[in-house]
Design a protein around this ligand. Structure first.
Ligand SMILES: [Fe+2]
Ligand SMILES: [Fe+2]
Length: 475
């Protein structure tokens, strides 16, 4: 089962040819997907041949093959990690029972909602990133952008397969609707807030892939625990691909910092105006972008207290991050968790039933993981002898969802009044001037081995190719 059948129209390791009805339904959806790609996928990329990895097995050793392909000919397929014989549900009220190969009637609506919400983020990010190819800082970066785009397309396929196979007519309608909503569309937007924001420039792209693709990692990890085995198996394989997306974000920001530090050292200055005049991105701007992407992304985990989160867990639909490594009872009844709330204009902690706080638990796991990478960014500054450090803002900063949405908070975690918020906002979040400045740096640099002046080259290329490899052949 782990080898993928590429002789079919839709590459797959799920024996698709044995289910003709399903195969025909998916082959009917395929041209709609390609139309969607042509309409709102990477702009002006149709004739490029891109050095892409394509999944050829789900074996952790050597699952991908690299080669130049036109993106619209990319072999988007359906790949599930191998099933575990006699897998048992390992959390919630059904703990110890056999995992489900099909959707139990009573969980159908909730599972559909979970799959549609995850599926909606995948094409959304392709739409958000569609103009970035026109301003790539290098051919290497252009290739990475396109790699992420095709894989987000494949993640859409992964969710659409589940909808078609397990949800009948409703599922087919949802699969169509996934191609009809559009990021940022007034009338028919994507489901979640962060996926309707613009990704206007490459600094935003790197922050997005660092923070928002990491939200993907945590959501997928929670779904990889699911009692619904096909969902668990497909999300496990998606996680394999996701790692590269976060690498692009982390290394991208590192390279921006490296270049900025170099300019600061050459000019012996920390004056943002001088750094900007030299064509690098000042650290204040990097921090404001970080504040924005971090706060918008942690909103994606949802309300701090949620009865849905409790239901999803207890019924076995969605576990915690690394559920299997935890040593508690995996049922969580009677346990509590601390969440923040606003009382008389101040933040206080309160204990609530843990089952209702599972969004917060996942958000806190995400925060721990995010901070680790920010610390690695700070090592770049430290090594260059620059005393400034980046920090993630307080959890309650700039929140739009949950109990914390009601207050104004400084990045350090001080409650502020409207007057102070309005006076300081331009120090805390990217301003129109910041966006205009970063936009002014975004020129297209695509000769092999050349890099825009605001970013350092990477340490090495992709798949052991040299940095100046021809990653994209322009047609
Ligand atoms: Fe994805
Ligand atoms: Fe991703």
């Amino acid at each position: 089962m782990s080898t993928i059948n590429y002789s079919e129209k839709i590459p797959n390791n799920v024996n698709l040819s044995e289910d003709r009805t399903l195969q025909r339904a998916l082959e009917g959806w395929q041209p709609n997907f390609i139309n969607w790609w042509d309409d709102v996928g990477p702009e002006g990329s149709t004739n490029h041949e891109v050095y892409l990895r394509t999944a050829v097995s789900v074996d952790p050793q050597g699952w991908a093959q690299f080669g130049h392909v036109k993106m619209r000919d990319y072999r988007w397929g359906i790949f599930l990690n191998p099933g575990e014989a006699e897998r048992k549900i390992h959390f919630g009220d059904h703990k110890g029972e056999a995992a489900w190969n099909d959707v139990p009637g009573e969980h159908r609506a909730n599972l559909r909602r979970i799959i549609v919400t995850q599926g909606d983020t995948e094409p959304a990010s392709v739409e958000q990133q569609r103009h970035l190819g026109l301003t790539a800082p290098s051919m290497y970066d252009l290739r990475n952008l396109f790699q992420i785009n095709v894989e987000e397309g494949r993640h859409l396929w992964a969710m659409v397969y589940l909808l078609h196979k397990h949800f009948g007519r409703d599922g087919r309608e949802e699969a169509e609707a996934l191609l009809q909503r559009t990021s940022g569309d007034q009338d028919n937007p994507r489901i979640l807030g962060a996926f309707n924001e613009e990704t206007p420039d490459w600094l935003a792209f790197f922050m997005f892939t660092y923070f928002t693709d990491r939200d993907g990692k945590f959501q997928l990890s929670a779904l990889a625990e699911s009692a619904f085995d096909p969902l668990a198996r497909t999300t496990k394989f998606m996680l394999t691909e996701e790692a590269h997306h976060m690498f692009v974000g982390e290394s991208g920001v590192s390279r921006v910092l490296q270049r900025t530090a170099q300019v600061m050292n050459e000019l012996k200055t920390d004056d943002p105006a001088k750094v900007r005049a030299a064509g690098a991105i000042d650290l204040g701007t990097v921090q404001r972008y970080l504040n924005f992407h971090y706060s918008v992304t942690i909103d994606l985990f949802g309300a701090d207290q949620s009865s849905n989160a409790a239901i999803f867990y207890s019924s076995g639909l969605k576990g915690r991050y690394e559920e299997g490594k935890r040593t508690d009872d995996h049922v969580l009844k009677g346990q509590t968790y601390k969440v923040l709330e606003v009382k008389d204009g101040q933040l206080t902690e309160k204990e609530v039933p843990m089952l209702n706080a599972l969004n917060e638990v996942l958000r806190d796991d995400f925060i721990t993981d995010s901070v680790a990478g920010v610390n690695r960014w700070n090592k770049v500054l430290e090594k260059a002898g620059i005393p400034t450090r980046l920090t993630v803002p307080h959890k309650a900063f700039n929140r739009q969802i949950g109990a914390l949405a009601g207050i104004k908070m400084s990045p350090e975690g001080r409650v502020v009044n409207d007057a102070e918020w309005n006076a300081k906002k331009a120090e805390w979040l990217p301003t129109p001037e910041d966006f205009a400045f970063v936009a002014s740096l975004m020129g297209r640099v695509v000769e092999p081995g050349k890099f825009a002046g605001w970013i350092a080259p990477p340490v090495m290329g992709i798949n052991r190719q040299p940095v100046d490899f021809e990653y994209v052949r322009f047609g």
